[in-house]
Design a protein around this ligand. Structure first.
Ligand code: PGA
Length: 248
């Protein structure tokens, strides 16, 4: 078993309101969570302050996106400085919905990663292939290219968690098998060994996302290179606690 601490992120996406999020926060604050598992909830930006003040301090808070500069005439955007001002320490960048619904390019994601890290945020950097890319046998090529752009913009891997989220598994109920997840995670770690350093490869948490539930989390968590999860749908349900505690 690796020395990397288990990491579970909840990606609440554009869901919830003050009432329902309060309920989820009570659930988390009063649950028994494995002491050595790091937990971070990614809240809608308008609720960052609300969620930070309602969640127990042992649980981290993330924004789901940010822009690549600290301020200015960018209507509708939020900056890392604003996220930090709300007391949140993390940001999710490169999520597949940002890439494919909002058309964010690798370049833009790279610039966001660089600026978020410079500003002192920690980053959950997401990568993952689409179904047609998997079927065409280009999964490795795609995730390596996405990781490359992220890597070019990272100066401290200690502040980054890499989330492998196959697009075909997100919100579809079609989870990658533990073997499929392990295979890609292992390759990503080898990529980090070849392109960053042994130390980075050994220490960076590579987490899996895509239809993780209480029913499938334990088997996924037992894979040697799966260091945690990024959970969407199930992170707003009581079963999120079971997922956090997936690694015994
Ligand atoms: P899902 O979402 O768990 O609902 O598939 C995962 C994610 O988008 O991070």
């Amino acid at each position: 078993m690796s020395t990397r601490s288990f990491f579970v992120g909840g990606n609440w996406k554009m869901n919830g309101n003050k009432e329902t999020l309060s309920g989820m926060m009570v659930e988390l604050n009063t649950a028994e969570l494995h002491q050595h598992t790091e937990v971070v909830c990614a809240a809608p930006s308008i609720y960052l302050d609300f969620v930070r003040s309602g969640l127990d301090p042992r649980i981290g808070v993330a924004a789901q996106n940010c822009y690549k500069v600290s301020k200015g005439a960018f209507t509708g955007e939020i900056s890392p400085d604003m996220i930090k001002d709300c007391g949140a320490d993390w940001v999710v960048l490169g999520h597949s919905e940002r890439r494919h619904v909002f058309g964010e390019s690798d370049d833009l994601i790279g610039q966001k990663v660089a600026h978020a890290l410079e500003s002192g945020l920690r980053v959950i950097a997401c990568i993952g292939e689409k179904l047609e890319e998997r079927e065409a046998g280009t999964t490795e090529e795609v995730v390596y290219a996405q990781t490359q752009v992220i890597a070019e913009n990272v100066n401290d891997w200690g502040k980054v968690v890499l989330a492998y989220e196959p697009v075909w598994a997100i919100g579809t109920g079609q989870t990658a098998t533990p073997e499929q997840a392990q295979e890609v995670h292992e390759k990503l770690r080898a990529w980090l060994r070849a392109n960053a350093s042994d130390d980075v490869a050994d220490s960076v948490r590579i987490i899996y996302g895509g239809s993780v539930t209480a029913a499938n989390c334990r088997e996924l968590a037992s894979q040697g290179d799966v260091d945690g999860f990024l959970v969407g749908g199930a992170s707003l349900k009581p079963e999120f606690v079971d997922i956090i505690n997936a690694r015994a």
